[in-house]
Design a binder for this molecule. Structure first.
Ligand code: DP6
Length: 326
């Protein structure tokens, strides 16, 4: 064993082109590629300690023993790590985040990106970013994007080898800011894991998947050319398409609340009046509003005045996953 204890940090990400539904649920091979921005300032830190005397892995989250569901998810991930490394020992994992759960920022992406890096180090697995990205994907699909900073694309692929993320542009490339308008902190009734399984029950999923390449290309170009209008157009379109699939799945998934729709309408109006803003919404009611850094304070101020907005969390493009040297 090369080290007894490893600390890794990773940031969450917001999808600009969404991942929703898998070709293969067991290996998390997505139905379509996706693009995201890694979020700075917000992070999850994991401390992973090898424990020869444990009979299974143990997880604490923010100082509390984690739920059975979270423990099971960690153990399934660590079973992949043990299988890949040929090493059989278990570990103790302490995970802490500096952002509230239920805020609309998915914690699993940051957590599994950090876990992949820590586990690769502790179990002597390859630490090339592509290898880490593949490994993180086995814990949480969107985690494969959080290995990198800035703007990132997950190449869907067709199997474990070919499904991983690559960087598109560094965090400094474009001064976009994600303003998360929090309207609810309630635990969501249907997890994204369950949602991915339901996606294929919507007749709209096939259309969404078939047309994804066109949106990926538009989003990639918008990022590379720093073209906010192009970005706004494709980001809102893609988010609306994913929610159309969710709402037409069987059973249907309605993640929006009244406040969500009110914010979407406000954002469209602000943009029509010349402010560079657009919205995107994940599997929950909170709204991510993208803008340029010069406008971020003004957008935050205006969002705080919208009825039902409890808090606005701001994040610029952040760094990829990294190790904290002891
Ligand atoms: C709507 O990657 O969180 O945020 O594999 O269950 O962890 P799990 O799913 P997850 O799904 C993310 C769904 C999304 C869109 C996205 O981030 O691309």
């Amino acid at each position: 064993m090369s080290a007894k204890s490893v600390i890794a940090i990773a940031h969450p990400n917001i999808a600009l082109i969404k991942y929703w539904g898998n070709l293969d649920d067991e290996w998390t091979i997505p139905a379509n590629g996706s693009i995201s921005m890694t979020l700075g300032g917000v992070f999850t830190q994991v401390c992973m300690t090898a424990a020869e005397n444990l009979e299974h892995d143990q997880l604490t989250m923010d100082g509390q023993v984690a739920s059975e569901a979270a423990q099971t998810r960690l153990r399934q991930f660590m079973d992949h790590v043990r299988h890949l490394s040929g090493k059989t020992f278990f570990c103790r994992v302490e995970s802490t985040s500096n952002f509230p759960r239920g805020s609309g920022i998915a914690s699993s992406a940051a957590a599994f990106a950090a876990l992949a890096l820590a586990a690769a180090k502790l179990y002597d697995l390859p630490t090339h970013p592509i290898e880490l990205s593949r490994l993180a994907r086995l814990g949480s699909g969107s985690a494969c994007r959080s290995i990198y900073g800035g703007f990132v694309e997950w190449l869907a692929g067709r199997d474990h080898q070919s499904s991983y993320a690559i960087p598109i542009a560094s965090p400094e490339h474009w001064d976009l800011v994600d303003c998360v308008a929090v309207v609810s902190t309630e635990h969501k009734a249907v997890s994204s894991r369950e949602g991915h399984r339901l996606a294929k029950t919507s007749p709209l999923q096939r259309c969404r998947v078939q047309s994804a390449d066109q949106r990926l290309e538009q989003c990639r170009q918008a990022i590379l050319q720093r073209d906010f209008e192009q970005l706004a157009d494709v980001v809102e379109w893609d988010s609306n398409l994913m929610h159309s699939v969710m709402m037409t799945s069987q059973p249907p998934l309605f993640y929006w609340r009244g406040e969500t729709l009110v914010i979407m309408e406000e954002i469209r109006q602000w943009r029509n009046r010349g402010t560079p803003v657009c919205y995107t919404i994940d599997a929950g009611p909170n709204v991510h509003i993208l803008t340029l850094s010069n406008y971020a304070e003004q957008v935050k101020e205006k969002l705080s005045q919208v009825a039902g907005v409890r808090e606005v969390i701001m994040a610029k493009a952040g760094e990829g996953a990294y190790l904290l040297e002891p």
